[in-house]
Write a protein that binds this ligand. Structure first.
Ligand SMILES: [Zn+2]
Length: 59
């Protein structure tokens, strides 16, 4: 996992003017309040990747 998937999700799943997720609406015609679970997932994955990289750099 190199973080590209998370980046792609975060790039598409952004907050719309109505507070709904643009990505979920575009992909599945689904109105999901932002942040949707995909953003939550990508954010936590990304944080873990950065932490791992940080720890790796220190070592
Ligand atoms: Zn979404």
């Amino acid at each position: 996992m190199n973080g590209e998937q998370e980046q792609a999700i975060l790039a598409v799943h952004v907050r719309g003017l109505d507070g709904m997720c643009v990505g979920c609406h575009a992909w599945w015609s689904r109105l999901t309040p932002y942040p949707c679970w995909q953003v939550d997932w990508a954010t936590s994955r990304k944080a873990r990747t950065i932490t791992a990289r940080f720890l790796g750099g220190v070592r």
